[in-house]
Design a protein around this ligand. Structure first.
Ligand code: SF4
Ligand code: SF4
Ligand code: FES
Length: 246
C-alpha cells in the first residue's frame, strides 16, 4: 500500500500537519479552530454550498478567499481563519441565510455570535428553512444509496425535492432528517406509519414478530434485504427483541 504524503502548513500562525490533499476544514476543526460551516459533513463529499467556511489562503505569495471544506491542503500554505475580510463576508452570508431560514435555531445562533440580530435582505417568500445546502441529497445518494431526492428547477425556484415530486425511491430511513442543518425535514410516526413530511412520503412500518411494535418501514427493510442479500426473515424482530434473543 502506498504511504500517504504528509504536508506541513500554517493556520493562524500555528504549524500543523495533514495528509496532502485532505480538505482544509476538517483539518482545521481537528486542530481546534472554530470555522462555522453548515453544508459539510464528514460522511459525504464536500459541496461548497453554504460558503460559511470561508478562509483566506496564501500560496505562492498570492492570497485569496476560499471555502475551506473543499480546499485540498498543500505544503507551505498559510491559512487565516478570521481576517476582517473573512468576518465581513461571513456576516453577509449569514444575513443571506437568515433570509432563507429565519426560524432556524442553528443559523440564528451563528448569526448572533457574529453580532447579527437581523437580516437586511428581504425574507424569501414562503421561507421554509431550506438553505439549499444539498447535504440531504448527498447523504441519500452517497451513504444510503437511495437517490430519492435531487435539486429541481433553476434560479429562485431552485429547491430540493424528489424527482418530479414522486417520492417512490424514498425508503423513509430518516438519514436526511438527521443531517439537515436547519432542521427543516421532519419525520413523523403515527400508529404503524412513518412519514417524511418534506418529501410527502408515508410508508407502513413492519411490526416486530415478538413484541408487536412497528419498528421500521417494510419498504425500507425489503430494500435492505434485496441489496445486501440477507435472508428474508432477517428483520422479523425489532432491534430491542433481537438483542434480548442473543
Ligand atoms: S428518508 Fe428518503 S430521502 Fe431521506 S435519506 Fe432516507 S431515502 Fe433518502
Ligand atoms: S432540506 Fe436541509 S439538508 Fe436538504 S438542502 Fe435544504 S437545508 Fe440542506
Ligand atoms: S461548509 Fe464549506 S461551503 Fe458550506
Amino acid at each position: 500500500m502506498s504511504e500517504k504524503e504528509l504536508v506541513r502548513f500554517q493556520i493562524d500562525g500555528l504549524e500543523v500537519e495533514a495528509e496532502k490533499g485532505q480538505m482544509l476544514l476538517p483539518v482545521a476543526l481537528e486542530y481546534g479552530f472554530e470555522i462555522p460551516h453548515l453544508c459539510y459533513h464528514e460522511a459525504v463529499s464536500p459541496y461548497g454550498a453554504c460558503r460559511l467556511c470561508l478562509v483566506e489562503v496564501t500560496k505562492g505569495g498570492r492570497t485569496r478567499m476560499t471555502t475551506s471544506c473543499n480546499y485540498p491542503v498543500d505544503a507551505g500554505i498559510e491559512v487565516a481563519t478570521a481576517t476582517e475580510n473573512v468576518l465581513r463576508a461571513r456576516r453577509m452570508i449569514l444575513e443571506m441565510l437568515l433570509a432563507r431560514a429565519p426560524h432556524s435555531e442553528t443559523i440564528l445562533t451563528m448569526a448572533r455570535s457574529a453580532g447579527i440580530e437581523e437580516t437586511r435582505f428581504p425574507i424569501i417568500d414562503d421561507a421554509d428553512g431550506c438553505i439549499l445546502c444539498g447535504l440531504c441529497e448527498r447523504v441519500c445518494r452517497e451513504v444510503v444509496g437511495a437517490n430519492a431526492i435531487t435539486f429541481v428547477n433553476r434560479g429562485d425556484k431552485r429547491e430540493m425535492a424528489p424527482p418530479f415530486w414522486d417520492p417512490m425511491a424514498c425508503i423513509a430511513c430518516g438519514a436526511c432528517v438527521y443531517v439537515c442543518p436547519t432542521d427543516c425535514i421532519k419525520m413523523e410516526e403515527q400508529g404503524d406509519e412513518r412519514t417524511i413530511v418534506r418529501w410527502k412520503r408515508t410508508l407502513k412500518m413492519q411490526p416486530c414478530k415478538s413484541c408487536g411494535k412497528p419498528f421500521a418501514p417494510q419498504f425500507q427493510l425489503n430494500w435492505i434485504v434485496d441489496r445486501v442479500q440477507l435472508p428474508k426473515d432477517f428483520f422479523e424482530l425489532c432491534p430491542v427483541c433481537r438483542k434480548q434473543k442473543k
